[in-house]
Write a protein that binds this ligand. Sequence first.
Ligand SMILES: [Zn+2]
Ligand SMILES: [Zn+2]
Length: 308
Amino acid sequence: MQIEELIAVKVTLTAIPVFFLAIAIELVAVKFFAQRGSLNAKDDGVSIFMGLFSVITNGAAAFLTVGMLYWAQNYQLTILPLTVTTLVACFVLDDLRYYLHHRIAHRCRWPWAMHIIHHSSRRFSMAVALRQGWTKHFTGTTLLKVPLVLVGFDPLMVIFCGALNAVYQFFLHTETVDKMPRWFEAVFNTPSHHRVHHGNNPQYLDANYAGTLIIWDKMFGTFAAEDDADRPNYGLVKDFEHYNPFRIFIHEYWGIVKDVLRPGLSPLQRLLYIIAPPGWSHDGSRLTSTDIKREAGLLDDTPRAPAE
Ligand SMILES: [Zn+2]
Ligand SMILES: [Zn+2]
């Protein structure tokens, strides 16, 4: 194992006891102090199992991303020194990289097949944060880290910033915290902003892709504020309630295989079943998030012609 992999694994392993402590605090707050939130040991158990298993699968495949970043290091335009300034710059740029990855993961079915795991709970709790995909090094979006290395950041720093970002995001997954101070809500991703991201209400779809800084959503037009009068319903837009982790893992990949092998499709249609937005279908029989928003009257564009 290379030093970069060790760093990522070490950050994750160091954070695990903190994660479990936070899960326990949330549980006590909801159960004994009537704080907002829900209790479901079975659902949280599935989330925790999926999280621990993701450490194994993603750890085993991490060499793919690490190897790629190492390779990119041979073509660096410059070599930036390890200083507090470059660390902060790397974190901010890597946070933008995360925003792009996350947005693609919701709008392209192949990476969505990995990320759907994270959205498969109908609840929102600290434990749900651990419900992570098992195939993150196979989505293709890890390529987005390459430019960071090319402009001069050390692969170790890039990986460290990504791990730090993931730790920050853990704490977003709670209903117990209502709103943070206004200035904080304006700049940073918060539980309120991330509850919106997990909501399946039409007005909350495809919103708040941020990792640590919410400014990216505000800059790129994907920000939605949490409406106290219309709180998020959590989970996927389709009926999905499974507690078998392996079934949850295979769900979307199996869907892709079945769609690609449907008889009578053109090669382009088969390809689109892999890379088009989730919900795309060759005969328009399913709904994408854009279709759902349009049906809810949230978009003012004209209806699209059915796909051929
Ligand atoms: Zn997401
Ligand atoms: Zn989340």
